[in-house]
Design a protein around this ligand. Structure first.
Ligand code: G3H
Ligand code: 13P
Ligand code: NA
Ligand code: ZN
Length: 328
């Protein structure tokens, strides 16, 4: 059944686990997550970005969500908008059946320019008033997401970036976080804690702590009733990189966020863990392998089924690792 992010994460907080939020763009990714959730009896968050909505078509996506919820009635399901950038985007997501929206006001609507506090607090407060009136939850974001290793923020992917950000700029300020939640009323808060989006997070195998645990702990202490969200949480598994590269792909050497690091975050209040890149790698690995092993194959089901299965395995692993398994 469909439930809100607030309902889902309140339960997670009570029991001390986290829920992975998997990005989906199509039926195969939606089914991959739901099959893994059913197999492990896990509550789920499916999330769609603005890009996913325009790729899949809002009406088709709404039908897909409805179909997935009805096919798995025993699984608590939250449908969330990932990185909404304005009031209209959030409102149309709600009209299409989403039970939770993210208003990411850490960047201006162009998705590039870092926003100041007043812009972020104002737009997020207006989205929260609208969403709460509809019975829908809201995630906000405060701080510039980025890798502490490279010093690159989320508006910079490392290509042609001229200015590295300092550690201070890459971590959310706990006092400001407290003020932001007071000003906006969000249910969940994405904070900058040392991770970045995409496959290229770290150039070396992380040795020891990569999350700013002191920041997570201090924000959790000040905001015990606000669920913390960790973006950029893909682990970028080496075995998936290897399959892709063994079958004609070209993934440069790279490391993601180790699962043990995410588990440390969960012990300190992280309740929603965003994962997109790992699913992309899993599907691509399976598709490359299937097609190269049998170049005569041209039935999409023959490569999309293994793609679904490989993504589903990633989802199962995360449900188990985050303590979500058995909670549905
Ligand atoms: O944070 C971004 C998510 O990975 C979604 O990516 O905007 O390419 O769909 P996308
Ligand atoms: P990854 O790129 O690490 O999978 O992060 C996804 C994300 O944060 C979506 O909002
Ligand atoms: Na999100
Ligand atoms: Zn994100």
């Amino acid at each position: 059944a469909m439930i809100t992010l607030r309902q889902l994460l309140d339960h997670a907080a009570e029991r001390g686990y986290a829920v992975p939020a998997f990005n989906i763009n199509n039926m195969e990714q939606g089914l991959a997550v739901m099959k893994a959730a059913a197999a492990t009896r896990s509550p789920v968050i499916l999330q769609a970005s603005r890009g996913a909505r325009s790729y899949a078509n809002d009406l088709v996506l709404a039908g897909l969500i409805d179909g997935l919820a009805r096919a798995y009635p025993e699984i608590p399901l939250c449908m969330h908008l990932d990185h909404g950038n304005g009031l209209a985007t959030c409102a149309t997501a709600i009209q299409n059946g989403f039970t939770s929206v993210m208003m990411d006001g850490s960047l201006m609507a162009d998705g590039k320019t870092p926003a100041d506090y007043d812009y972020n607090a104002d737009i997020t407060r207006r989205v929260t008033e609208m969403a709460h009136a509809c019975g829908v939850s809201v995630e906000g974001e405060l701080g510039v997401l980025g890798s502490l290793e490279t010093g690159m923020g989320e508006a910079e992917d490392g290509h042609g970036a001229t200015e590295k950000l300092s550690e201070d700029q890459l971590l959310t300020d706990p006092a400001e976080a407290e003020q932001f939640v007071k000003d906006t009323g969000v249910d969940a808060l994405a904070i900058a804690m040392g991770t970045s989006h995409g496959a290229y997070k770290f150039t070396r195998k992380p040795d020891g702590a990569i999350l700013a645990m002191h920041v997570i702990e201090e924000i959790h202490r000040r905001l015990p009733n606000t669920h913390l969200v960790m973006h950029g949480s893909s682990s970028v598994p080496e075995d998936l990189q290897q399959i892709i590269n063994n079958y004609g792909g070209d993934i440069r050497p790279t490391w993601g966020v180790p699962v043990e690091e995410i588990q440390r975050g969960i012990r300190s209040g992280v309740r929603k863990v965003n994962i997109d890149t790992d699913s992309r790698l899993a599907m691509t690995a399976a598709i490359r392998k299937t097609l190269m092993e049998d170049p005569t194959e041209f039935d999409p089901r023959k490569y999309l089924k293994p793609a679904m299965e490989m993504m589903s395995q990633v989802c199962k692993d995360r449900f188990e690792a985050f303590g979500t398994a058995g909670q549905a």
